[in-house]
Design a protein around this ligand. Structure first.
Ligand code: NZQ
Ligand code: ZN
Length: 379
């Protein structure tokens, strides 16, 4: 078992009608002047914006607004937010949305103190401080509501990098599962796949971690149960809540404690969505993760076989990946990169765009040929 430190400073406020507490929660942290960061407008149509801003107003909190964060959020949008935050001299950033709004808010919070935000993503500059980040989550997927990661795309360089900083932990995150009753099925499903993928990024590096393995198998199975239920009954609050909690646990330090994550599947998917921004993160992972499992099984067959048996009731890894793919098909997800519009000729360029420093993973130091092979298997 690996040594580990588990520290997570985020205050998580979970449940029905918790959006109405956002004003008092933020007020209690001493913030009075925010930048509200949001996406394309779903929070207006489902009433979350009204509920949140009524609470801010009644707590005497002022705010400016940055709209238009897109899925696979961009450096340019974050820089627009940095300029706005500086102009308004805000003392905190509030994201209302999914991972894209949250990650943009985190980048803005650090970016106001940096000359060149992208250098932090290139890891040539270290983040030394950031404004406090607050979150109202509307899509359970990334775990960004309770972790220290933020992912951003540099469009012209076709780079999508994840960055970890202890300043990226949100100060308070509000997870009201009722905000997710308005999600289209595809978003619910993509979020579930992302959460499963986070658990699996850690799981396969485990050897003798019985407690963590059992915990993670339960998480994976409970994500499948909740998602199956939501496919039939999208308005089922209990399943929304169960999926939301599982997705938070998947990447807030708990599912991965005792292990060192691998995250090569994430590296590959980030590259695919840097080249093809229309590919949703969860959709890309649903294709790449089973292929990665097939390719990597020989590195430690015992854990892979255990995953097949305990998560998918399968007698072999081959059967386990087949059952995973048929689950994804039942959910209407793609199982091949070509279904997502990816051109096979781009595979060498996509693989080459991952620098050697991002290819050393827990399970294997990946050569360019390994990356190409996994992308080809996924295609
Ligand atoms: O933009 P709006 O109109 O809000 O619509 C969004 C968006 O189109 C919609 N949506 C969100 N909540 C909704 C809703 N529609 C109806 N009702 C609601 N309640 O869903 C669409 C997708 O939203 P987005 O935030 O892009 O999705 P997600 O949460 O999956 O975030 C994906 C981004 O996070 C990164 C991904 O790479 C990707 O860039 N990740 C961030 C991580 C982190 N910070 O820890 C880890 C992950 O592995 C991941 O890489
Ligand atoms: Zn992910």
């Amino acid at each position: 078992m690996e040594n580990f430190i588990l520290e997570n400073p985020t205050r998580l406020v979970f449940g029905r009608n918790t959006i109405e507490t956002v004003g008092s929660e933020i007020g209690a942290k001493g913030c009075r002047n925010l930048l509200l960061v949001a996406g394309g407008g779903s929070i207006r149509s489902n009433g979350v914006y009204e509920r949140a801003t009524a609470s801010l107003a009644s707590a005497g909190i002022q705010w400016g607004e940055l709209w238009g964060v897109q899925p696979n959020p961009t450096l340019d949008k974050a820089l627009e937010g940095v300029a706005e935050a500086r102009k308004r001299k805000v003392d905190g950033v509030l994201a209302i949305g999914g991972g894209s709004a949250i990650d943009t808010a985190k980048a803005i919070a650090a970016g106001v103190f940096l000359e060149d935000l992208w250098q932090a993503y290139e890891e040539t500059v270290k983040i030394e401080c950031a404004l406090p980040v607050f979150v109202i989550l509307t899509l359970s997927a990334t775990g960004s509501e309770m972790n220290h990661f933020a992912v951003l795309t540099h469009q012209t360089e076709r780079k999508k990098w994840g960055l970890g900083s202890r300043f990226f932990y949100p100060t308070v995150s509000i997870v009201d599962p009722s905000a997710q009753l308005s999600l289209p099925w595809e978003q619910t499903r993509n979020g579930a796949i992302d959460a499963m993928s986070h658990v699996m990024e850690f799981y396969f590096s485990a050897r003798d971690q019985e407690t963590a393995l059992a915990l993670d198998e339960s998480l994976l199975r409970s994500i499948v149960v909740a998602t199956d239920r939501l496919q039939q009954q999208p308005q089922d609050y209990a399943s929304r809540a169960n999926l939301a909690w599982a997705a938070t646990l998947a990447l807030n330090g708990v599912s991965g404690a005792t292990m060192v994550g691998d995250f090569m599947t994430h590296g590959l998917e980030h590259t695919v969505s840097a080249f093809y921004p229309q590919v949703a993160h969860g959709a890309g992972l649903g294709v790449i993760h089973p292929a990665w499992i097939e390719y990597m099984e020989p590195t430690y067959p015992a854990t892979f076989a255990r995953w097949a048996r305990n998560v998918w009731d399968a007698d072999s890894v081959k059967e386990g990946t087949a059952r995973m793919r048929s689950c994804l098909q039942r959910w209407g997800a793609a199982t091949r990169l070509r279904e997502l519009g990816v051109d096979r000729e781009q595979i060498p360029a996509m693989a080459a765009s991952i620098p050697p420093s991002r290819r050393k993973t827990k399970l294997k130091e990946m050569a360019l040929a390994d990356l190409e092979a996994i992308l080809n298997l996924s295609w």
